[in-house]
Design a protein around this ligand. Sequence first.
Ligand code: AVJ
Length: 320
Amino acid sequence: AVAETVLDAKTEPRPIDEAFLASVLSGLSKRQKTIESKYFYDARGSQLFDAITDLDEYYLTRAETALLKEQSAEIATLIGTGATLVEFGSGSSVKTRILLDALAALRLYVPIDISGEHLDAAAKQVAADFSLPVIPLHADYTSRFTLPHQVSRDRLVGFFPGSTIGNFEPDEAAAFLDRVRSLLGPAARLLVGADLQKDPARLEAAYDDAQGVTAAFNLNLLVRINRELGGDFSLEAFRHKALYNAEEGRVEMHLVSLADQSLSLGGRQIDFTAGETIHTENSYKYSLESFRELAQRGGWRSEAAWTDPEGLFSFHALIA
Ligand code: AVJ
């Protein structure tokens, strides 16, 4: 506690991220309160997500990694030589390495990530390990951006693993896929991972693990709002909830208010009734066919698709 006080005294107060504040205020003033899931990933949130990927219940990362290893030679054959790989939300590029091991004579790797520090370190490491030109791009791939001018729009291959596409509403996912297609140009390919529909109990366990890591990941949104936006959320007054919404085909995460309570944020009062929730994430689950339809709405056609032996996860090669 003493050390913290000393540090606090020396640290300049950081200016508030106005976009974050505006997004939270707007989300919390809706009838169904929401917080955008892209705000999960501060340093602590990214750490917690990494811990999630190691959980027994969270089969997604293991299934996709195994699938990529199994199919990387075939994927490499589709892609051929001289391509440029553009990754959306590259993080630490762990899955990329599996592809890079198999891809012959890649021309360039362009990792795109919202977290700048992480990105530069990961980019340097990949460049060194694969003796590959790497141009990292610090950007929020969910908003509009352009590729660096050094990247010629020739033989571009997008890479979007992890079922992150499932965080978009289907309409937004189709719009995103359409935007990626115009970004990558004609003759482009897109390699994308999508989690599959399955037994709701298995899905719910994946988002509500026994150790409570996912609960901590969800509650970290409130920790972040308290620290960065001066919120006064009591963490004890909310609990994590995950449920499978069968009509929508998605897992939802919520934070449930355990009591009637009011708090203040950005000069506004926000009221909760007991049992009211903040909807913090959707993870849409697709079938092979429903994902192909989605891709088609985004202007892509399916070139190939693979699933793991258990039928848990899918990986698609799309062509513009
Ligand atoms: C990284 C978006 C794919 O939706 O499965 C994990 C995030 N949320 N546990 C997912 C997440 C709760 C994850 N994605």
